[in-house]
Design a protein around this ligand. Structure first.
Ligand code: GLA
Length: 390
């Protein structure tokens, strides 16, 4: 198994999640004899995230199909979130590992769960350089296919997948992470780009719109809220619009760290995309509290070493700083009616990919629920921010 696939599998599998009875949130822990007592200082918030957000925005989580086999986790997801993104199950490698053989079962489970619980589904993703089968854009020797063959493969994939979920998926991350982190060229040098050319992005949007004219279509990437990547993202978005194909929104992944980027930088990034008359979504939010040397969220940019300072628990001051940052970010989000969705990349700290990225086997605390599925101070900070804005 390749390292990046291992990371995904590990993240999807989760670790050590306890099971809460269905209805835990609506009835409160007392109804269950305090079998899972709240941590000291745990808020007794009546509201759930989806209640606090109301009609203002969707509040989502990335979930794996395996989450649905854990009754406590599944009921927590249904009660707290108004939309879900499949963490891995809709990626090209999951849906069409073998050319012409589509495997929808796991993704279909997530879609059925969402329907049963009145949640929206976001499709993630149709075209990405990671977790994609090689045959899409390359021959057996790793050489790029010819443009026409590569376009035919891309179209066949998008067409089949988007039509399968027509009317069930609200919107698609059509292209994920096409922008280069490093120097020129401004688009990442991927198999799709080598086979098709820079317009593979426009073509993917065109194919998606043809397959489901009612679905919203998004460009999704990390780090595009700041610096050079923001400028490159604006350039790409304008090219897509100039080509005359449908694009509804931009997804800022939001894999942020405790200390960076600054709130001001993130705010400038959001404003830049709002000014392009696009919907803006925070699509993969988490906040890394651990030290690392690199920036960004390129899942292949692993690091061999890094401290693991909070194995025994998160100190109070860091817990507070995390809650403050979540609260401040959500307060910022609520100022923009154009922000139509915020999705967390996972539900609880125990099943976050950040326990294994960029360094494997650490203990991270990036989400709103702890390893026992209890709400963290960051959860109540988010609830307060959402409620204050209503
Ligand atoms: C990227 C992808 C996601 C997910 C995360 C980390 O941001 O868009 O699908 O793989 O990396 O797990």
């Amino acid at each position: 198994m390749k390292r990046r696939e291992f990371l995904k599998t590990a993240a999807a599998a989760g670790a050590g999640l306890s099971v809460l009875p269905s209805g835990f949130w609506s009835r409160g822990p007392a109804a269950f004899g305090q079998q899972t007592p709240p941590a000291p200082g745990t808020p007794r918030a009546e509201a759930t995230l989806r209640q606090a957000a109301g009609d203002r925005m969707l509040i989502g989580a990335a979930i794996g199909a395996r989450s649905l086999d854990r009754p406590g986790l599944a009921s927590l997801i249904a009660e707290q979130f108004s939309c879900v993104t499949a963490e891995n199950e809709m990626k090209p490698i999951s849906l069409q590992r073998v050319q012409g053989t589509f495997t929808f079962q796991q993704a279909d489970r997530i879609v059925a769960f969402a329907k049963d619980h009145n949640m929206q589904v976001i499709g993630h993703n149709l075209c990405w350089h990671s977790q994609a089968p090689r045959w899409l854009f390359q021959n057996d020797g790793g050489q790029p296919l010819g443009r026409e063959a590569a376009l035919a493969n891309l179209k066949a994939h998008i067409d089949t997948v988007v039509k399968h979920y027509k009317g069930k998926v609200k919107g698609w991350d059509v292209v994920n992470e096409a922008i280069n982190d490093g120097a020129e060229p401004y688009l990442r040098n991927t198999p799709a780009r080598r086979a098709i050319g820079d317009d593979f992005v426009v073509k993917a949007f065109e194919f998606a719109h043809d397959a489901d004219p009612d679905a919203e279509l998004y460009y999704n990437d990390y780090g595009i809220d700041v610096g050079t990547k923001r400028d490159r993202a604006l350039r790409l978005l304008r090219q897509i619009k100039q080509a005359g194909v449908r694009i509804d929104g931009v997804g800022i992944q939001g894999h942020w760290r405790l200390g960076s980027p600054s709130l001001e930088e993130i705010d400038r990034g959001i404003k830049a995309f709002v000014d392009e008359q696009l919907k803006v979504m925070i699509t993969e939010m988490d906040i890394d509290v651990l030290p690392r040397s690199g920036q960004g969220a390129d899942i292949n940019a692993t690091e061999r070493q890094g401290g693991d300072p909070y194995r025994a628990g998160l100190p109070d001051d860091v817990q507070r700083a995390l809650a403050d940052r979540y609260g401040a970010l959500f307060t910022m989000f609520t100022r923009y009616p154009q922000i139509t969705r915020v999705t967390l990349w996972g539900v609880s700290d125990g099943n976050s990919w950040l326990n294994n990225f960029p360094v494997g086997g650490r203990t991270n605390y990036p989400l709103l629920f702890d390893r026992q599925l209890r709400p963290k101070p960051a959860f109540s900070a988010v609830i307060r921010a959402l409620q204050a804005s209503r």
